[in-house]
Design a protein. Structure first.
Length: 276
């Protein structure tokens, strides 16, 4: 049986017991701290903390392994692109040049460029676990109710909940359509050439788009018939009150953000420079 990617995974863990609003705020603050700093020490600390949080969530690696592999491939491509288009960016930032070896033209490998791209990589691998944790440990209905409780319009909250809830449905539709097309003789395996496989993939993508549009229309009509949006407020079947753990989590992430900003900007620059 195929496992749905990027869908809610129910586990008994401290991370699951946090409200959806708490996890969203923590994710935003955590991402802000990682994106604003290039201090290697701060990024390494945040990476270690992210791994610890993942262990606390009881989410198994095999549940998200495919997504991690896709993100890792993207990360490799991103690093290659950075080097191709800006091979001297590290030298320009750190004001020094320690060349390891020359390739051709203005392409060479320097310690500064490697250190710069190391920090870029640390930024991504620090934020990615937080993003995955937020998605797979947050019940869409509870997330919508907690957003509503902190003042977000229930119309917006419900729209976000629907988007999260239908990720696994779209995946199931994709698998169903793929199996149907393969039964009709459309080959998507590695036996076909890449160009042919891309062309055959369109026979899955187009029906998937139309089925998604049909689902959107059905949900929209059902909500309209039930008078959704008529009242200013609404009740929620699934709701959580803020607990002590929520305040502790918000305080911890807030402190990490403040410390990160202080360490980063006390030197007058976002970049930690070990080459001075």
């Amino acid at each position: 049986m195929a496992v749905d990617m990027l869908s809610y995974i129910d586990r008994p863990s401290p991370i699951h017991r946090l409200t959806g609003a708490t996890k969203l705020i923590c994710f935003i603050l955590w991402s802000s701290a990682a994106m604003l700093t290039y201090d290697t020490g701060v990024l390494v600390f945040m990476l270690v903390a992210s791994i610890v949080f993942f262990q606390l969530s009881n989410v198994r690696f095999r549940d998200i392994s495919f997504v991690v592999i896709v993100l890792a491939i993207f990360l490799v491509i991103n690093n290659i692109a950075i080097y191709i288009f800006a091979p001297q960016q590290g030298v320009a930032i750190y004001g020094a040049k320690h060349e390891l070896f020359h390739i051709a033209g203005w392409y060479n490998v320097t310690l500064e460029q490697l250190f710069y791209q190391l920090n870029i990589t640390l930024k991504y691998v620090t934020v990615m676990p937080a993003a995955l944790l937020f998605i797979v440990t947050t019940n869409p209905s509870e997330f919508a109710s907690s957003l509503s409780r902190i003042g977000v319009s229930y119309r917006i909250s419900y729209a976000v909940a629907i988007a999260l809830r239908y990720i696994p449905d779209i995946q199931r539709d994709f698998r169903t359509i793929a199996i149907s097309q393969q039964a009709r003789g459309i080959d998507l395996s590695k036996n076909e050439k890449l160009g042919k496989r891309i062309k055959n993939a369109l026979s899955i993508v187009m029906p998937l788009i139309f089925s998604s549009l049909e689902r959107i229309e059905t949900i929209s009509n059902a909500m309209e018939l039930r008078g959704f949006g008529k009242h200013k407020k609404r009740t929620w079947f699934t709701a959580k009150d803020f607990q002590k753990a929520d305040y502790v989590a918000l305080l911890f992430v807030g402190v990490v953000l403040i410390v990160s900003l202080v360490i980063t900007f006390v030197r007058g620059t976002r970049f930690y420079n070990p080459f001075l």
